[in-house]
Design a protein around this ligand. Structure first.
Ligand SMILES: [Zn+2]
Length: 353
């Protein structure tokens, strides 16, 4: 992945804005609205007191277009108290975070704010890098093989206070001087540094190392011809949505695997993808069966007040057709690649078209 850093600004928050926009511009790092970034600075408050502040990405802002008001300023001393708690339900955590703001009009701080508190470095960047989660989403994770001892690994925990608690325990012993990043299993990557540039350089470096490793493992196959009428029928059946077709060699190799149904239906690579991909892709062409399964899945798991989304598939994998991606808006396709986590090292594949 190319390092696109251009200039360094005197104000650390401006540097953080730049690093955020560079991450946001890479669809292989974050989807729209995903990922988060922060910077720790000392400011003088209205009574003249020096206050340590964490500026962290606010909800509702997209990294690609974020500006200074998109960062929520929080009192760090209060946040450090909160991470000491044994338990804190996420709804109360969000309330406590709002109460720690220095600006009543600031956006809600990211649900991953406490991770930024636990990392003591000035600048912290977090993405859901496709390449990094490809390393983690294997039967035998490859993180150590690729990165050795320069990253700390945190097992999968849903983002929120529980993740911060688990990370706090691990960081206590393992977050030593030589560490340049934290890999969250089945989730993403944190890097950090004394400046936004240092954190960004490390981010791009670790992602590039993961990409290089995956590149060595990727296999390819010849594309088969497909009947255009079949595609037209699928478009019609799915209704008013945009359907994109992907038939590059890596995609065709993947959809022709004999164990496709097994490896492609283990859930998305990171929870952030589920909004675009749904829980599982449709394997083959039986759209009615997919809708039936989706309705049953929703009925079995629905809690009070939840409203079911439309039951149409968002990804179709078929040995002849290749991969079809489906979305209501063109932005649902803004990310050209789709990662599917597979079972073993030799079958690791990054679908990119
Ligand atoms: Zn995340």
């Amino acid at each position: 992945m190319e390092n696109r850093w251009t200039e360094t600004y005197p104000d650390p928050l401006d540097d953080c804005v730049q690093a955020s926009r560079l991450l946001g511009a890479e669809p292989h790092l974050v989807l729209h609205g995903g990922g988060n970034t922060s910077v720790k600075v000392t400011v003088q408050d209205i009574t003249g007191e020096q206050v340590e502040v964490l500026y962290v990405k606010g909800s509702g802002w997209d990294l690609a277009t974020i500006e200074r008001p998109g960062f929520a300023p929080l009192r760090l001393d209060r946040l450090r108290q909160l991470v000491q708690l044994e338990e804190l339900p996420d709804s109360r955590m969000m309330n406590e975070l709002r109460c720690a703001l220095l600006d009543a009009k600031a956006p809600d701080p990211s649900v991953e704010t406490l991770m930024h508190v636990l990392l003591p470095h000035t600048s912290v960047l977090h993405s859901h890098s496709d390449a990094v989660i490809t390393l983690t989403n294997q039967r035998e994770p490859l993180v150590k093989a690729v990165y050795g001892d320069k990253v700390v690994v945190v097992p999968y925990v849903m983002p929120g206070f529980k993740l911060a608690r688990v990370a706090a325990e691990i960081f206590q012993n393992q977050l030593t001087d030589g560490i340049v990043g934290v890999v969250l299993m089945n989730h993403g990557l944190f890097t950090f540094g004394d400046t936004a540039k240092e954190a960004y350089d490390r981010h791009i470096q670790l992602v590039t190392e993961a990409e290089a490793y995956i590149g060595q493992q990727t296999t390819t196959a010849e594309a088969n011809p497909a009947d255009p009428l079949t595609i037209a029928r699928i478009r019609k059946e799915i209704g008013p949505m945009i359907v994109s077709r992907h038939r590059d060699p890596a995609t065709m190799a993947f959809v022709n695997r004999h164990d496709l149904a097994d490896v492609a239906t283990r859930g998305p690579a990171t929870p952030d993808h589920i909004i675009r991909t749904k829980r599982v892709p449709l394997i083959g062409r039986d759209i009615d069966a997919f809708r039936r399964d989706y309705r049953q899945y929703f009925a079995a798991n629905a809690t009070d007040g939840l409203v079911m989304l439309d039951p149409e598939p968002r990804v179709i994998l078929d040995p002849e057709l290749g991969m079809l991606t489906i979305g209501k808006r063109a932005t649902d396709h803004e990310r050209p690649g789709l990662i599917l986590s597979l079972g073993g090292v030799s079958s690791s594949i990054l679908i990119d078209s």
